[in-house]
Design a protein around this ligand. Sequence first.
Ligand code: PMP
Length: 380
Amino acid sequence: MAYFDNNATTPIGQNALQVYKSALANDWSNPSSPYRSASRVRAKLECAREELALDLGVNKEELIFTSGATEANNSIFAHVASNGKKGGRCILSPFEHPSIIEPARHWFQDRLAYMPADASGRVDLDETEQLLNTENISLVSLMAANNETGVIQPWNELAELCSEKGIFFHCDATQWIGKLDSSVFSTCTSFSASAHKFSGPKGLGWLVSKEPIQLQLGGQQEKGSRGGTENYPAIASMLVALKDANMELAEFSKRVEWRDQFEQNIINTIPGTIVLGKKNPRLWNTSMILLPEFDNLSWIGKLDKRGISVSTGSACSVGDVLNSSLVSSMGLSLKEAGRLVRISSYSEEKESDWQSLDLAFSHVFQELKEEASRSSIISL
Ligand code: PMP
């Protein structure tokens, strides 16, 4: 079995699982209850917040635990649209995750503009700077690294420009955290992340916001900004997962060679294969390839039978090619979009897994060609 869909989700890490199980068994009291077992959980929860804030280089008062990045991203758009400048506009990249694009459309409607981007999936900073000089901008949002191509965006430069101009800048850091240095986001007004992308538990993430923000009414948790009983076991587990990931960052970055070797091999064995965003800086774990023949579901089905899991792209937009922001912004035709396959590793995958993946692609290519030639004979 080889799992190469880690940008969709990662398996939980061993240490994170142990901590999760132990906290579920022992630290299950409601942190808001008025007796000692509950106070102990409250104290542990606040300790976890402090440690995470320290690791992220932010103030603990700015850190709010959420159910994941989707909630964190949604809440920023609702917040700025309701509290920002009247009639203010929003600017975002054309290939943001749906949890950014959809709230942006909902709250800003015709006051929404997209950053110019090149065909290899990176925002053009100079042209975006021109956009920033226009009137009345309430919110700028740019992801740190793209979930489909892995292309790293110029979010830091843009965060600094926005800060100079006093514009609210949000960064969806979901695919970055746990793969690259997570302590570099203090230039952003707000940023979001999700535990299950770095071997933490599902249904947990965070929002860091320099502006006070109201996410959910109905309780005094998270200093009144997000009502609802806190999930301490998942928080403890997430913290361990991030610490484990941060210790491996130097080792992770070397694995770019395994990915690059795979890409070189597949270009050689399946001529005409294109790697999306290849000329840009990319996450070390991600490869989005455009295959020259056969639809991606045929490739994925056959690879699956060989014990290899890969994906067509963002799990959230599988089967929704027409609405894929990546496809339109990179100028791909619908036919090409139907030949895209995303491969994403994380901490578990070894060099030999990348090598067997490469071999599996060439076997599947042979199978698909044979099937295609058989069916053309039958149709004669
Ligand atoms: N943003 C990006 C870039 C993502 O890849 C994802 C996960 N597909 C999300 C946001 C949503 O994260 P969550 O599953 O925690 O809601």
